[in-house]
Write a new protein. Structure first.
Length: 443
């Protein structure tokens, strides 16, 4: 049975102010157009021709993002804040640049503050000054990695302190750049803002290198991560191919979702095994990874393994607690696999030459590739259009190749993951020629 979602976009009030952005309301005049609030798309495009046609209510549909003819905020009165939280990801600076330039150049907003070091930058005990932002400050930041505002984990549970700081700064809108934890914090901030009856827009821009936010077709930075990861896999393959019984082991990001590993395998076509959190595997026994790896070496003299950081956690017995963002700490599957592989072949008196590569922090700090940079720019400008129109409690997302407004609570209700029965995972199996299952049959 299809799950029902309420995609209604919350607003602060009626938008009555003429937008300073000069677009057209007339179709066919070859001038870029405003977007109406009654423009929608479907989120579920699968159809069954045997079923009767569906009837839709606006709450069942995703509202298209873009500039509105009427806006809620008077641009001359706006003070906007931007914060980036969580781990680094390619493209953060591109998003910051796009938000600042759209606010300043398109709407004439002259007060834009960058909150430094994530939600920690709001907390009074940290005494972190804000960064005043304008087009000159952000002009070249897309050419460097990281975040010019800095970032941090944690602090998002200090909701009253954060909203106190927002009130003291007299912010009218807050742009939150971050993933699941960041946007859950943004939702709680929006709840407290509403409880205090304040007119402050909260608009999220999804940043999760793992690509695991719901109703987000693609997170920014993902394409850059895959491109960088493919280079690492290529290096691992070269090392493995150049040695007797060479093994290249590459650990990639992906705590709960194996999208980066899956796409990297398809991009490189040099991996023989891909291990992701969604597909359990065993090490030992006739169906285990070690047996199949030994067979691979006997056939081809080399092998390349890609493993997501969250894969194989069932192999760890210790409970490692949580990090500052409340995420469960995971055992290091890369080190475990490295040691178990070496021990296995040593016990069988088979010489191997294993190279272990963990390029995670190099990937996270990379400059966005052009396709990601374009995507970041469009996310940032659409976030500004939404906030100026008084939209709040939403993420800017790409769904079915259309930029839309999605309520934050829906995006953070669950996380995306690789479906082991999907065409994506089927294509990975075919590209690697690895066994469909690497565990003993249940029962």
């Amino acid at each position: 049975m299809e799950q029902k979602y309420d995609f209604t976009v919350p607003v602060l009030g009626d938008a009555r102010i003429d937008s300073p952005v000069a677009f057209s309301r007339v179709l066919g005049d070859q001038i870029a157009n405003y977007v109406r609030d009654d423009e929608y798309i479907l989120h579920d495009i699968e159809v069954d021709p045997k079923m009767p046609a569906k009837k839709y209510h606006p709450a069942d549909l995703l509202q298209v993002a873009g500039p509105r003819e009427k806006i809620y905020f008077n641009p001359g009165h706006v003070h906007a804040g931007i914060v980036s939280c969580g781990g680094l990801c390619p493209g953060i600076n591109d998003v910051i640049r796009a938000v600042v330039r759209c606010l300043w150049l398109r709407y004439g907003v002259r007060r834009i503050s960058g909150i430094r070091f994530g939600y920690q930058g709001f907390l009074p005990e940290n005494s972190v000054p804000v960064m005043e932002l304008n087009p000159d400050v952000v002009d070249d930041i897309h050419k460097i990695g990281g975040s010019v505002l800095g970032t941090s984990r944690g602090g998002g549970d200090r909701i009253e302190d954060i909203v106190d700081a927002i009130e003291r700064m007299n912010l009218n809108m807050l742009f939150t750049i971050g993933g699941d934890g960041t946007q859950k914090g943004a939702l709680r901030i929006a709840d407290e803002i509403e409880r205090r009856k304040l007119k402050i827009s909260v608009v999220g821009i999804p940043k999760t290198i793992d690509n695991d936010l719901s109703f987000v077709q693609k997170s920014f930075g993902f394409e850059t991560a895959v491109a960088q990861a493919a280079h690492a896999v290529s290096g691992a393959h070269t090392e493995a191919h150049s040695a007797i019984n060479g093994i290249g082991l590459v650990k990639l990001m992906g705590r709960d979702a194996g999208f980066i590993s899956a796409h990297t395998a398809l991009a490189s076509h040099e991996a023989n095994f891909v291990l992701i959190p969604e597909v359990p595997f065993e090490l030992d026994g006739p169906d285990g990874l070690l047996f199949h790896l030994e067979q691979r070496l006997a056939r081809s003299n080399h092998a390349v393994i890609i493993v997501s950081e969250g894969a194989g956690q069932e192999l760890f017995k210790d409970v490692l607690g949580t990090d500052a963002s409340g995420n469960r700490r995971y055992g290091d599957i890369g080190f475990l696999l490295r040691d178990r592989i070496i021990d296995h072949f040593k016990a069988r008196k088979i010489p191997v030459n294993l190279k272990y590569i963990d390029p995670s922090y190099i990937i996270r700090s990379a400059v966005a590739v052009p396709t990601d940079s374009v995507y970041c720019s469009r996310l940032g400008t659409n976030a500004v259009h939404a906030a100026m129109a008084g939209k709040t409690r939403i993420l800017i997302s790409l769904v079915n190749n259309t930029f839309v407004h999605v309520p934050i609570d829906i995006c953070v209700a669950r996380r995306n993951s690789v479906d082991p029965e999907s065409s994506l995972w089927r294509d990975v199996i075919e590209a690697t020629a690895q066994p469909t299952v690497m565990r003993a049959a249940a029962g």
